[in-house]
Design a protein around this ligand. Sequence first.
Ligand code: ADP
Ligand code: ZN
Length: 215
Amino acid sequence: MILILLGPPGAGKGTYSQRLIEAYKIPQISTGEILRTSVKNGTEMGTKAKGYMDKGLLVPDEIIVGIVSERIKDADCKNGFLLDGFPRTVEQANALGLIFEKSKLKLDSVINIIVKEDVLFKRLTGRRMCKVCGGNYNIYTLPSKVEGVCDKCEGALYQREDDKPETIERRLKVYAEQTAPLINYYKDKNILHDVVASEGSIEEIVEKIKTIIGK
Ligand code: ADP
Ligand code: ZN
């Protein structure tokens, strides 16, 4: 099963991904998460990427495509994987198409998560992440049991640099200009499924997605 979750920043891709990978027993490949780990570890790639990320801009395509093409060769990807936050530009989608063609892999579904802009803003400003395991929380909609502490691993929660209000606006603009064109790109390939996620619980939305994907 190969899946892509598409949607603006704050749509909940990370949250739904965590639920879906448990249900389908496939790994989540989050390019944002991979980049944040590289930044934390101070690798050369991380140092390059940090400047773009903190400003709310996209990291150059060649860096990202390199990350993904290597990651999907790992043994845990042999039964499929879920891409969260990739592709984000038409160039990335074309590169992915070529990789799939070469490796004889088939993309099963692209889930397009639709959320109203005012809801996005609140979700982004409320978002908190675990320093240790990358778990997602939200002070408004999905609080941890103990404030500031991860439920799963007791790591400290923090607010991402790019979840500050000024940067959020930039990221929403970047999404509209560079990533939203992928909606028609995958619609034309008859592989796109819309999921409206402005309302409803996380479980309800995950159920909707599972019904679309099938077993
Ligand atoms: P969100 O979906 O909430 O915006 P992510 O965690 O997916 O956040 O990504 C955080 C940042 O990492 C992005 O703003 C961007 O700078 C960089 N990034 C992640 N994925 C990509 C990608 N596919 N292409 C370019 N940049 C990316
Ligand atoms: Zn944690």
